[in-house]
Structures are given as C-alpha cells and as structure tokens.
Design a protein around this ligand. Structure first.
Ligand SMILES: [Zn+2]
Length: 202
C-alpha cells in the first residue's frame, strides 16, 4: 500500500506492477450490526464483538488515514428542511485544495499531500507553537506510532488546504487526530491547548 506497487511472485518469476490507489471501505461494528446503536440493542456478546473487530489487523488500520463512525440518522434529520451544503460547493472546495497542492508541489514528482514522504512532511507541515505541543501529548496518550504521526500531519495539511489556510492551525491538527482508529483511543483525552478528544472506547 505505501510503496504503491504490487509484487506477484510465482515459481519462475517475480513481477512488480504499479498500484497507486485510494482505499475506501466500510464495516459493521459487530456481526448483528447494532453495536453502539441508540435505538436497537446489539445481540452479540462482548467476546464476539471483540473477535469481529479484530478481523482488521492493527497495522492495516494504522495505514487508513480517516476513520469515521456513521451512526443511525434519525428520521427527523433526514426530513429536515435546513439547507445543507450542496455537492457543487463541496466540489469547488476540493478543487481549490487540489489546486493549492499542485502549486505546492510544482517542480517535484508529487501530485498531492498523500504522496509526501518524511522529508516533504518536514518541509510543508510546519506547526505553530500550540500545534507543536499537541502531537507530543497525543502521541504519548494515544500510544501513536511514528507512522501514524506522519499520516496525521499529512491529513492536517489537507484539512488546512480545504479551509484555504496557508498554515496548519492547532484546530486542523486536532481534527486530523480525531480520525485515528478509535480502538487505540481512550475517552476524554486531554490534548492540551484547550482541545480534548471525547471519543467512546469501542
Ligand atoms: Zn451486535
């Protein structure tokens, strides 16, 4: 996944092919699908829930940048008249962020933030004073790997790009940290700088 190639070995030969892709996946929280649901009770035992969630290994989860829990949407919210942001304006924001990234990487072999290596992360993902103390406390409290930290910085850069900001602010970094897998998190972790992660442990 990280090398963006796939190597297939057979008895006589080994072939390497390009494999640069974006992985998007979804899973249920448990075999019955209702673990954590506020309206319907889950019928799975804790051991079955734990075994089910362990089917995705830690190292694989560590390489997925954005983890989002999608709870049931109440009918009232689906039927609401409140105007939501249109796909058209979201598209414009994404295109703006992409444009910012192509300007950033002009003259390099890179096309977007996701392709940054450690050197580029150091160069383009500078943090302000508040932001610098945040990853240290988050890394300690969430027992984050160095790889996870690199991924958080890249994601924070993209969140800042989507907001049209030149600098990565503490809020961008805090948002990126919240997308880490919940399994590695504890509830109510104080990240300093007035930011607190209040996520449930599953
Ligand atoms: Zn269940």
């Amino acid at each position: 996944m990280e090398d963006r190639v796939v190597t297939i070995s057979r008895a006589k030969t080994t072939m390497t092919f390009p494999a640069n892709f974006m992985l998007v996946g979804a899973m249920n929280p448990c075999p019955c699908g209702y673990f954590g649901d506020p309206a319907k009770e889950c019928t799975c035992s804790p051991a079955i829930v734990a075994r089910y969630q362990k089917r995705l290994s830690g190292p694989l989860l560590d390489r997925i940048d954005i983890h989002v829990e999608v709870p049931r949407v109440e009918y009232d919210k689906l039927a609401t008249e409140v105007p939501l942001e249109s796909s058209h304006s979201i598209r414009a924001r994404v295109e703006g962020a992409r444009e910012r990234q192509s300007q950033r990487f002009t003259g390099t072999h890179l096309a977007c933030n996701a392709e940054m290596g450690p050197g580029e992360v150091r160069e383009y993902c500078q943090l302000d004073d508040g932001g610098r103390s945040l990853p240290r406390s988050a890394m300690q409290q969430l027992q984050m790997s160095a790889r996870a930290f690199q991924r958080i910085l890249k994601l924070a850069r993209t969140i800042a790009d989507l907001a049209g900001e030149g600098e990565i602010a503490t809020a961008h970094l805090a948002e990126a940290i919240q997308y880490r897998p919940r399994r590695q998190m504890g509830a109510g972790i104080d990240l300093g700088c007035g930011h607190e992660l209040s996520l449930e442990v599953v």
